[in-house]
Design a protein around this ligand. Sequence first.
Ligand SMILES: [Ca+2]
Ligand SMILES: [Ca+2]
Length: 231
Amino acid sequence: MDLLNGRGSVESGSESNEPNTADGCADGSYGVYHEDESVDKIVVRAGGISDPVLGIDLEAGKPATVVATVYAYNDGSEDYADFYYARDAYNLTWEYIGTVQPSQGGIQELMVQYIIPDGVTQAVRVIFRQLGNATSSCSEGGYKDMDDLIFSVSESTEPSSKPSSNPSSEPSPTPSNIPSIQPSSLPSQSPSTIPSKNPSSTPSEIPSSGSSIPPSNTSSSGPSSKPSNTP
Ligand SMILES: [Ca+2]
Ligand SMILES: [Ca+2]
């Protein structure tokens, strides 16, 4: 496919459907084809830059690599490729992926990788520019080429939702507190102390005195007086 080959309306190298952007963002018109900057081809393939996955559909949630074939001016040191993606090609919101500089002049491939978002019909944009910064997904520049690629994405084959978290801990195999088999202390089999002394068999002391009230000397019932009369 050479639809993207060349740039805008550049002489002897105009794009066949310029500017080849989904929103009509225009290319710069300065310079000459394959002396100055152009994006000539864009490929989006499954897998990361260093681990391509061939022969499968692009899938949401999986890595993909954008490969831009560009022509860099002079030794390439003044040129930059900005990469963007949009999750909905029919309602474009460009998200910046990154910027790559050429390692040399002329035709070469520049790549970035990203995680494909949800969305049935998505897009990527490559802006190849001289100098400047990656300030906008639709910037000015006389030598700038902007090209988009629209492609289909398969739904994710991963479960739609995962458990929010793993169980916090394994069940404990046994209760954390095992009842003690026996009481922690057994009753003593005998009283801990025995009386220190046997009871004395006899009172220890004899009462120190007799009755506190001595007997009266005379019987109270005795005659109160001598016979009053003698015979
Ligand atoms: Ca273009
Ligand atoms: Ca182009």
